[in-house]
Design a protein around this ligand. Sequence first.
Ligand code: GUN
Length: 294
Amino acid sequence: MPAKLIKGADVAKEIREEIKKEVDYIKEKHGVIPGLVTILVGEDPASQSYVRAKQKTSHELGFYSIQDTQPATISEAPLLALIDKYNKDPKIHGILVQLPLPKGINEQKILLAIDPDKDVDGFHPTNVGKLLIGNPYYRPCTPFGIQELIIRSGARIEGAEVVVVGRSNIVGKPIAAMLMQKAPGANATVTVVHTRTRDVAFHTKRADILIVAAGVCEYVKGDMIKPGAVVIDVGVNEVGQTADGKRILKGDVKFDEALEVASAITPVPGGVGPMTITMLMKNTLQAAKVHHKL
Ligand code: GUN
């Protein structure tokens, strides 16, 4: 029997409806409107597309939302000044700097400049540290979405062998930290494999839950997956464009093969992607509520 599809797009829609209700309520009852600024540096088409999607969703949910686009030639000092401006702006509760930043800009220095209370991406070292010690404030959006998807798919995380392919700061490291915590929706035995791992397939074939954020199109083949595993494909690889200019996307898992082996799998697109944006909205709502002590 082919694997069940874990439709992130449907789950994301449900969560967005919950968020919208809460936004309407705090607007009506307290006059509070969650505010988000997305800062995009340069003209990377994938980043432009992600930021557009984030803006569209925040407008749909009734947020106060600003898109701040800066040229790729901007240097660190004015970018830091811009972040400082939004740190001080009372209408803005969440600041997101779209990554990657152009070469020549020190990413860590920029992320460090964001007020941790407005760090809705959860990338500031303060928030990374809190996550690691099991006292999370803002959870990074993609891992947060992945955890929610696994929980809602009905898979048991507690005691499961989870294998994460990839060790990025955005996905691999934080999802590993989250799922190993002594906490509900976690308590897994987590293995992280990466580019220097001797035998990746040896590990992936042991996984009850396989999370793939390799950054390589169709990296995980069907014979690398344990029969009955739950597969979460975080990859977004543009493999071409349709006649009307839409991006054709594939994941980091060879989908047709995985479908025959796994018990459940996220499609690309329509799996993890919509969850990432939704969790950003959830974090921004949380930021507004914390700021206004609601
Ligand atoms: N680039 C890829 N994913 C993300 C994300 O979740 N947040 C930001 N800021 N940049 C990204």
